[in-house]
Write a protein that binds this ligand. Structure first.
Ligand SMILES: Cc1ncc(C[n+]2csc(CCOP(=O)(O)OP(=O)(O)O)c2C)c(N)n1
Length: 665
């Protein structure tokens, strides 16, 4: 209970109304009391894991109080004070931590890994750093709409060592996005002290390299945090720009409760416990007669009751009874647009022009669609697909990006959180590896985790046969095929390229859109003019025959047509067009019809899409088969550079022999 000793810290609270000071106090007290309760429950074995923010509450509480209610906050694992300050119902919070249905993720994710859109909070994924670029995307949406709002993102000092920190801050600086990046420098990243985490004198110094402002403040002083963020946010709402704020604080407990604190010298605890954010502010308010012992008691009683009521309700809720249809049904967001059939007017277009035409129609249709990619603005992209777009749509919506795939995928997700659509052009599909984490862990899982759309299309110029070697030739769809939550589209014709691209842009889910580079300028056809969509997830029988079925996509469709014609074999050629979701019905129909199947793809064999298709056919259609399911794919080597080596690598030289073997089996 409070005594009126002098606070060890000084608070510049003169400019704050007493009511505000009391609110800051109550907002500090609530997470502290919840945590104290959690530690008891942990000892009783009633919860399994706890990441403590005790000692760091002033950062969450001061920053949240300084923002407007509709400004987004991107939280980490020690930001309970953000959730409590925004007054999320405690019952739901507790239900979330217990994995109950009424929690924020329907039992699908743990601890603070969730978003609460109605409270403008977006929680982390475990990988820490990726969070920062999302705030940039929200900042971009604010800036484009002239909303006069800021976004705020937290990171620990450990997270600042990740490449994602650099990419997010650099992009926010180049684009002058209104984002407050807060580093909670609490001395340790798990067991790693700051001396083993970074070499610069202060983390705030890094801002100089990005060309942005920075400040270092006392993270244990709630008034200092509040005043700083309040001032900065006020300035940034008028003049958008990013700012880096390093909050000095200390982690008073273990990384998580089970991991202990043996590696932390006792004198640090002794020193920092004198600087406790709650105790010190309490002493100050008591000395200033803003607070009384009676008021403290009544606040404590009130919060205790809130916690107990919340816990009782959460514990009373039954454990989840799994509902398979619901789990599978929540992987994707439901489409909100009907497919649009093409008109009758057509025009001859090369594949590359059809992609460009689709993108232009998409930009006209969706006025909140933003295109991002390296060199896509005035230069028109390395394949000239966005040539002339800046003139029609302006540089705000056709954005050159710095060279950073992860931050741009993340920015796309941030735009989506604000209700915008984003298309990112990977300069070459090979470079997607640098944005891999954002795609497979953030975009793909978001809707399943907490119902948030990831309305982002990533265009992937892919494929070999162009003498470009291992890093400009891959068709890497299999890297993503294994990831629930993504859609993968791979057109083989100009008409489909346009229609499927427009369907992808209309779709609220993350879509990886593969375009074979070798088709760009070698393949032309009549393409419907104007806006139309080709449904995702529907294969197309492009040739009909009865001796065999060739199931393929992308360049494979062209190889299949050529070889069947050369050999005079009558085959069904099924162009899958979409790999996720797959059109199992069309696959099964052709297999039942011909009883002989060859699966063809340009990607390497092992772990490729063909393996999955082959397994499905063997498992479900075994009795229809007159021959083993055959696969033809690229060699399991990197894509070689020399013409002769690449010719050997690619699958079509093996196609003829395999097809003959299949039909004569
Ligand atoms: C990419 C990645 N690598 C490793 C981890 C394991 N991990 C979780 S938290 C953490 C330390 C984070 O330190 P910091 O960013 O300073 O935050 P703090 O825990 O101190 O608040 C580590 C190594 C992880 N979650 N993600």
């Amino acid at each position: 209970m409070a005594t009126t000793t002098k606070s060890a810290m000084s608070f510049q609270a003169e400019g704050l109304a007493k009511k505000k000071q009391l609110k800051l106090y109550e907002d500090l007290l609530r997470p502290r009391m919840i945590e104290e309760k959690m530690l008891i429950l942990l000892r009783q074995g009633r919860i399994s894991k706890w990441f403590s923010g005790i000692g760091q509450e002033a950062i969450s509480v001061g920053a949240t109080n300084a923002l407007l209610d509709d400004e987004f906050i991107f939280t980490m694992h020690r930001n309970l004070g953000v959730f409590t300050t925004r007054r999320l119902p405690l019952t739901r919070l507790f239900a979330q931590w217990q994995g109950k249905l009424s929690g924020y993720t329907n039992g699908r994710d743990r601890s603070f890994h969730f978003g609460a859109p109605e409270h403008h909070i977006v929680g982390m994924i475990s990988h820490l750093g990726p969070q920062l670029a999302l705030a940039g995307g929200v900042g971009l949406a604010h800036k484009l709409a002239g909303e006069g709002r800021v976004a705020l993102a937290f990171t620990g000092e450990g997270g600042t060592s990740e490449g994602d920190f650099h990419e997010a801050l650099n992009t926010a600086a180049v684009w002058q996005l209104p984002v407050i990046f807060i580093i909670e420098n609490n001395g340790y990243g798990l067991s790693t002290p700051t001396s083993e985490q970074y070499r610069c004198e202060t983390l705030a110094d890094r801002a100089i390299g990005y060309g942005m402002r920075s400040e270092i403040i006392d993270g244990n002083n709630v008034v200092e945090v509040y005043n700083t963020i309040h001032r900065l946010a006020g300035e940034m709402r008028q003049n958008p720009e990013p700012v880096l704020v390093e909050c000095r604080t200390f982690r008073m407990r273990g990384h998580e409760e089970a991991s202990g604190t043996k590696y932390v010298p006792q004198e640090y605890f002794d020193e920092w416990s004198k600087r406790d954010p709650l105790d010190n502010f309490e002493q100050y308010l008591l000395a200033e007669k803003v607070l009384s012992s009676r008021k403290i008691k009544s606040l404590r009683d009130k919060i205790k009751k809130e916690i107990e009521a919340g816990l009782e309700e959460a514990y009373a809720e039954d454990a989840i009874v799994p509902n398979l249809a619901k789990e599978m049904g929540d992987i994707y967001a439901a489409a909100d647009a009907e497919d649009v059939a093409p008109g009758t007017d057509t025009q001859e277009m090369r594949f590359v022009d059809a992609v460009s035409d689709g993108l232009r129609e998409g930009m006209r249709k969706h006025d909140r669609l933003v295109l991002m990619g390296q060199d896509i603005a005035e230069y028109g992209g390395v394949f000239k697909i966005t040539d002339g777009f800046v003139k029609e749509f302006g540089k705000e919506r056709v954005r050159n990006t710095p060279l950073c795939e992860s931050a741009i995928v993340g920015a796309g997700l941030g735009l989506s959180i604000k209700g915008w659509k984003a298309m990112m052009e990977m300069q070459f599909a090979d470079f997607v590896s640098c944005g891999f984490n954002q795609i497979v862990n953030n975009l793909a899982k978001l809707h399943y985790r907490w119902g948030q759309r990831a309305d982002v299309v990533i265009r992937m110029p892919a494929g070999g046969g162009v003498g470009a070697g291992p890093f400009h030739s891959q068709t890497n769809e299999a890297w993503f095929f294994h990831t629930p939550g993504l859609k993968i589209v791979y057109p083989s014709s100009p008409e489909d390229a346009k229609g499927l691209l427009l369907a992808s842009l209309a779709d609220p889910n993350p879509v990886l859109f593969f375009e074979h580079k070798a088709l760009y300028r070698s393949n032309s056809a009549e393409v419907p003019t104007g806006y139309y969509t080709t449904p995702i997830g529907k294969a197309q029988l492009v040739e009909e025959g009865d001796e065999a079925s060739i199931i393929t996509y992308g360049m494979g469709v062209h190889w299949a047509k050529k070889v069947t014609e050369e050999l005079g074999i009558s085959a069904d050629i099924l162009d899958l067009r979409s790999l996720l979701p797959l059109d199992y019905e069309a696959i099964e129909t052709t297999v039942r019809k011909t009883s002989r199947v060859l699966i063809l793809h340009e990607a390497t064999m092992i772990g490729g899409v063909g393996g999955e298709l082959s397994a499905h056919i063997s498992e479900h259609l075994f009795e229809y088969l007159d021959a083993p399911v055959m696969r033809v794919a690229s060699l399991d080597t990197p894509v070689p550079f020399a013409k002769s080596l690449e010719a050997q690598f690619l699958p079509h030289i093996r196609l003829r022999e395999s097809l003959e073997k299949l039909v004569s089996y």
